[in-house]
Design a protein. Sequence first.
Length: 486
Amino acid sequence: VAALVIVTSLLVAHEITSPDVRTMQILLAGLLVFAALRVSSFTTLLFIALAIPTYKPTTYGGTTLAFVLVLFILWLVRLTLKMERPAGRTSIDLPVAVLFCAYLLACSQLESTEELRGAMFNIFNLLTHIMVCFMVIHLTRTEKQLRILVGALVVMAVLIDLTALWELAFPGRALIPGWLDLGAQWAGEAGKRGLEIKGLRVAGVFFDYELLAEYCAMSMLLLFFVFARARTWLERTGMGALLVLNTFILFATVTRGAIVSLIVASLYLLWVVRKRVRLAALLGGLAIVFGAGWYILDFVANHTHSGNILNRFEKTEFKGFVPETRVGVWKGAWERILQKPIFGHGPYYEFKTKGIEQVLWPHNNYLFYWHTVGIIGLLAFLWLAFELLRCTLPRAPTLRDPSFSASFLLALQAMLVLFLVDQIKIEYLRNPVYPYCVWLFYGVIVATGRIVRQQQAQGSPATIPASSPVRLRPLPVAPVSPLASS
C-alpha cells in the first residue's frame, strides 16, 4: 500500500509539472474504479454525472462506454454474490427488448462490411445505454436516493453548461488538449487568421448545438423544479444563478426548436397546475422571466461570439405546416424509408455530403428509427414512450407538493413532453454522447414512478373487497340477574 501511494504521488506530481492526457485519464479511471469498489452501487451510479461531461472518443467507442461497462460489471458481481437485490420487472422491459430485437433484425438489410462494422458499434452502444437505464431503475429505491440523484443531475447540468461557456469564451480552444476538445474547431482556425468570429453556435460536450439546446431546455425544467422547492434564500439564489447560466447557454446555441419545445412543455406544466397558481404570482413571475430573458438574449447577441436567435425566428418560413429547413431532408428520408419500410436499412446511418447521392440527417427521430430499424423499431420506440408516459401518471398536482417524488414526477412528465416534441425536428441517435443522457432520463422516470406508487400503496388505507365473505361475530353480553329490576 505504501509503495502504491508513493508511485501515485510521483505520477500526480509529474502530471502537475508536465501533464500528459493519457496518464491523466488512467489516473482518473483508477481513482473512479477504486472509489466504485469502496462505496455502494448507488454511489457508483452518481459517477456517471462526471463520465458524460468528460466524454472522449476512442477506437472502441468512448470513455463513457468503458466506464459504464465497468460499473455494470461491478453491479452484476454484487448481484451474483447476493450483496444487492434486483428491483424486479418494470413496465419498459418488453418494449426495450423489442427495440433491441429490431436492431438485430435490421442487420439483415446491411449491404457492406463497413455498414456491418458501424452497425455493431451502434448495437454495442445501445447495450451500454440500456445498462445505464436499468442501473438507475434498480439502484434508486427510496426517496432519499432520488434526492441525491437529482442533485447529481444538477451537477451534471452545471458541468455541461460550464464547458459550453468555455467554448463560447475561447472559441476553438480545447479545455484539456487531447481530451476535452470542444466543438466549433473552425472558430479556432478563424481566430488564428485574425478573422472576426460571429454567429458561433456552441455545441459543448455533445459536439452538436441542437442537442445541447435540447439538453439545456430539459435542464431548465429540472433546475426550475429544484428552485421551486428551495427552502432557504441561499438555495433560491444559487438555483436562480444556475437558471440564468442555463438560459445563457440555451440562447448561445441559437436553436429555435428547443426554445419552441420548452414553451410547449411550460404551457403544459402551467395548464396542469393552473388551479393552484395565483394570478398575481403568475404575472409577476412571467414579468421576471421575460425581463431576464430579454437581457440575457441581448447580451448573447451583442457581446459574445454567438448570434441572435430572434433573427433566426424572423427568417423562419413554412411550406404548409413544415419548416422550410426540414422539407428537403424529410422528403429524402421518406423516399429511403419506402425502399425498406419493414426492417429498415440497418442500424447504421451513412451520412454523405459528397457524390451524386447525398444522404443528410433526417432531422426527425421518428424518421430516423423508421429508416434504420424499420417500422418494427419505430413502433417499439413509440411503445417505450407510451410506457414512460404511463409511469408519470401518479404525479403530484403541483411542484411544491409535500411528496418530493410525486412532484418530481410532474417535472419529469413536462420534460418528457418537451423531449418528444423536440425529437420531431432532431434525432438524438446521431450522437455518441447524448444518448447516455436520454437513457439516464428514461431510468429516472421509471424509478421515480415506482417510488411514488410504493408510497401511495403504503399510505392508502386497507380495504376489504366487496366479494370477500365477512363473518360478523355477536358481541358478548353479560347475563342480567332477575333481581336487577327490583
